[in-house]
Write a protein that binds this ligand. Structure first.
Ligand code: SF4
Length: 204
């Protein structure tokens, strides 16, 4: 049986999404990976992580004059591949696209060093999943391998991105409740980030 081809780039909502890795240090209760194989008809499990060149080749085929943004999202945490992501982001900018990183905010911990300098000038918007209003609640939902440290690490990352001039957004879903959302507003403000509150939509 022919092995299916890996999807390194795919279209979603008119943007080009990049799938560099399936690795993740969290195991969130709500992760799409627990309930499916991909997004919008694309199977996103990888047989092998792509090189930057392979990713650029795949992404390049999807860009049209209407494409506005390239999003590093993946079926995993993109910052495991920070160097490749930066290479692909440079390509996106050369094509006139904006770049966005959707992240759990643990990239500096994953890489064992502050990666935010690498993002400056290459990633226009960083969207960090805040998810919850405190470390205990975060751990209950996200089950990070970094345990109780993860929440602080994530906030530190968002604050560093914001301090370095990157448009930084922290996101939560309204299912956490009004009080928690209010607390998250304070956290985002303290990190110098905007808060995006998404409406809960049951998908399964
Ligand atoms: S951080 Fe993202 S990829 Fe990782 S488990 Fe959570 S939802 Fe899934």
């Amino acid at each position: 049986m022919k092995k299916r081809d890996d999807v390194y780039a795919y279209l979603y909502g008119g943007n080009v999404y990049i799938n560099l890795t399936n690795r993740c240090c969290n195991n969130c209760e709500f992760c799409l990976r627990n309930t499916g194989d991909g997004v919008g008809g694309s199977v996103l499990w990888l047989n092998r992580e792509p090189t930057a060149e392979e990713t650029v080749a795949a992404a390049g085929k999807l860009i049209t004059p209407e494409t506005k943004e390239m999003v590093f999202c993946g079926y995993g945490e993109p910052t495991y591949r920070v160097d490749e992501m930066v290479e692909v982001a440079k390509f996106a900018h050369s094509k006139g696209l904006k770049t966005r990183l959707n992240t759990n905010g643990l990239g500096s911990r994953i890489n064992g060093c502050d990666i935010t300098d690498k993002l400056v000038g290459n990633i226009d918007t960083v969207s960090v999943s805040l998810n919850e209003a405190n470390a205990q609640a975060y751990d209950r939902v996200c089950h990070s391998i970094y345990g109780a440290d993860a929440f602080e690490e994530m906030k530190k990352f968002a604050a560093a991105c914001s301090a370095k001039g990157i448009n930084t957004v922290m996101s939560v879903v309204d299912i956490i409740g009004e009080d928690a959302v209010k607390e998250c507003e304070k956290i985002a403000k303290k990190c110098g980030a905007k808060l995006r509150v998404r409406r809960y939509e049951k998908k399964w």
